[in-house]
Design a protein around this ligand. Structure first.
Ligand code: PLP
Length: 400
């Protein structure tokens, strides 16, 4: 007789859960515009040819169809060190870097190592949902630090300080942010680093969107951490358009020399799952070494698409939004949610049923159900975004 464990019962992932409802409607013949998932390859962005050719070559010559080093190919770790030196002006060694099956696996390994039952992990609100689910999976307690709509979704430092307790073990920062599109300023990041250093809290920063910035510049946490140790997660899914390859990395920047045991505990887990995708690692060497022109092109398109959706929201009285500065998400707010809908999920389902446009309810990212927030992914081509915004606008006007 099978009974679900409590651990598994807790798992939910709103971004993919809403798809089940959309697929039902699709079966009934409704056309759906999927603005719910952050996968650039679903639209008109494609993996650069030299990266595709590199994985084909790695597979056909056969030398990379084997298991490789659990920590990752040394030559890939070397390229990552170079990248981090160039971008964040830090000096790492290959021992500081572990190649993972995506940022997601890196996070799992870190949480498995860091969290004892009942330990608290600070996660922002709103947050990328797996941070909450994985924290609970390892018997940890996610504790929110607020980012507020009113100051552009930048973390509120007073709130963050108040959220710290004796059980706080780690903090997760996502910069540039999913789901808000916020890019944190240097001052805020420094304040967070200082508070965490004072309270001996492990800092984990997910920088998977660091190449997608439309206004200003991205400040990598390791570039400003100075004598504070930090852990950074990054990956190839978004910047190199290979989300299906499942390839990422984590590195420890450890001037305080306090993360050596954690490094060992992560490596132990890396050995347990043998290795990350070997041909993809070989191709990732080419991705990091080769031309980066695709990033310029994508950023140009994303800025245009960001402007389309943001400007349309600016014209609406029923929905407001902060202007995203990075990533490819916008997190708008329905002003008078309760005049028409019970909660944000009902709004999302109603919108889907009436217009075919699929977005994700804000409560899937940790917000209150009544807050009226939702996430829209603006990766689709301009004409599809314009059409979706027309549908959304008409839908909002059609109410009682
Ligand atoms: N981290 C953030 C903030 C994300 O938004 C995503 C995917 O949308 C991931 C991690 C997943 O990364 P990966 O594909 O490397 O597992």
């Amino acid at each position: 007789m099978y009974n679900s464990t409590e651990r598994v019962k807790n798992i939910s992932y709103a971004i993919r859960d809403v798809v089940i409802f959309a697929q039902q409607l699709e079966k009934e013949g409704k056309e759906i515009i999927y603005l719910n998932i952050g996968d650039p390859c679903l639209w008109d962005f494609d993996t650069p040819d030299h990266i595709k050719n590199a994985i084909a070559e790695a597979v056909t010559n056969g030398r990379f169809n084997r298991y490789v080093d659990s920590k990752g190919l040394p030559e890939l770790r070397e390229r990552i060190i170079e990248r981090e030196r160039k971008i964040n002006n830090i000096n790492l060694t290959t021992d500081d870097v572990v190649i993972t099956s995506g940022v997601t696996e890196g996070l799992q390994m870190l949480f498995a190592a860091i969290i004892n039952p009942g330990d608290e992990v600070l996660v922002s609100k709103p947050t990328y949902p797996p941070f909450i689910a994985l924290c609970k999976f390892f018997d940890g307690v996610p504790v929110y630090y607020d980012k507020t709509y009113d100051n552009g979704w930048i973390p509120d430092i007073d709130y963050l300080e108040k959220a710290i307790s004796e059980k706080t073990t780690a903090i997760v920062i996502v910069n540039p942010n999913n789901p808000t599109g916020a890019v944190y300023d240097e001052k805020t990041l420094k304040q967070i680093v200082d508070i965490c250093a004072e309270n001996d809290i492990i800092i984990i920063c997910d920088e998977i969107y660091d190449q997608y910035i439309f206004d200003g510049k991205h400040v990598g946490i390791s570039s400003i951490a100075k004598d504070t140790s930090v852990i950074v997660l990054n990956g190839f899914s978004k910047a190199y358009l290979v989300p299906g390859w499942r390839l990422g990395y984590l590195y420890t920047y450890d001037p305080e020399e306090k993360l050596s045991q954690l490094r060992e505990d992560v490596e132990k887990q890396a050995r347990l799952r043998l290795c990350a995708n070997a041909p993809a690692q070989k191709a990732a060497v080419v991705a990091l070494r080769g031309p980066q022109d695709h990033l310029k092109k994508i950023n140009k398109h994303l800025r245009e698409r960001r402007d389309i959706v943001y400007n349309r929201f600016e014209e609406m009285t029923e929905i407001h939004a902060n202007k995203p500065r990075g990533s490819f998400y916008i997190f708008p707010k329905v002003v008078n949610l309760h005049s028409r809908w019970k909660d944000d999920e009902e709004f999302v389902k109603d919108l889907l049923r009436e217009t075919g446009v699929l977005v994700v309810h804000g409560s899937g990212f940790g917000m209150a159900r009544g807050s009226g927030l939702f996430r829209l992914v603006y990766l689709a081509p301009s004409e599809i975004l314009e059409d979706s915004m027309d549908r959304l606008e008409n839908f909002m006007k059609s109410g009682p």
